[in-house]
Design a protein around this ligand. Structure first.
Ligand code: FAD
Length: 199
């Protein structure tokens, strides 16, 4: 944190600029970013009662071991194909058997996703209401727009589909040819793996 406490802000950043010899691209690009969140400001936690609560990501210096109170390992949610597939399946178990699911993980993982998913359950399932007139808006595309396929995407999709179809036909054709090949049938019976010798 800055020596001057008046300079403390919600987000406090230290960067280390690499020396020219250690970089191959942009010499001004920082090699590391150390960010300290001032939770007293961000969460309105009174310093007088709780002291300074600072959360540092990528600390430039490791904490003094004698001051460590505990160690916890956090994992960032992984947004991959399996996760997106699971998200689409969530409605199947949502609000069934007396269980409702809410949390930023049900959408894109941002603050607004956590809030709107909780509000959705609160208003639609638990019968609550919100004071603002437009009600609860889905946050999924609040930061952008719903992805759509353009003509180029369709061309690539059709090409990939044709290539996949050609591979499928070719593999089927080879299988039929090998099945009808007496040498291969003989090899398989003799436990030689059915590989055709090329002469
Ligand atoms: C360092 C950092 C920076 C971020 N920056 C941004 C940003 O700039 N913009 C943005 O949009 N998002 C940001 N995010 C993401 C965003 O903060 C989170 O996705 C969001 O807060 C998650 O909200 P949530 O309500 O789903 O879950 P959480 O806020 O994690 O709430 C889950 C709650 O459940 C409690 N809990 C867990 N297990 C149990 C249990 N068994 N019993 C009872 N309680 C339990 C936890 O203690 C916690 O209070 C950031 C996240 C981190 C970590």
């Amino acid at each position: 944190m800055p020596h001057e406490t008046r300079a403390w802000s919600a987000w406090n950043l230290i960067t280390q600029t690499p020396t020219p010899s250690t970089t191959t691209t942009d010499a001004s690009a920082p090699s590391s970013v150390c960010l300290t969140y001032n939770m007293n400001i961000l969460q309105h936690i009174p310093t007088a009662t709780f002291g300074d609560i600072l959360v540092t990501l990528n600390p430039i210096h490791a904490p003094d071991p004698s001051t460590i109170q505990g160690r916890w390992i956090y994992h960032h949610p992984l947004y991959n194909a399996a996760m997106i597939r699971s998200q689409k399946l969530l409605p199947r178990i949502q609000n069934t058997r007396g269980v409702s699911y809410a949390g930023a993980w049900t959408k894109y993982g941002f603050h607004e996703d956590g809030i709107t998913s909780g509000l959705e359950v609160g208003t639609k399932v638990l019968g609550g209401s919100v004071e603002w007139s437009e009600g609860v808006r889905d946050s999924t595309y609040a930061r952008g727009r719903r992805p759509g396929l353009g003509w180029l995407d369709w061309v690539v999709r059709v090409l990939l589909g044709l290539i996949g179809f050609a591979i499928w036909v070719e593999e089927g054709f080879r299988e039929v040819c090998l099945r009808d090949d007496p040498d291969v049938v003989m090899d398989v019976r003799e436990g030689k793996g059915g590989q055709k010798k090329v002469q």
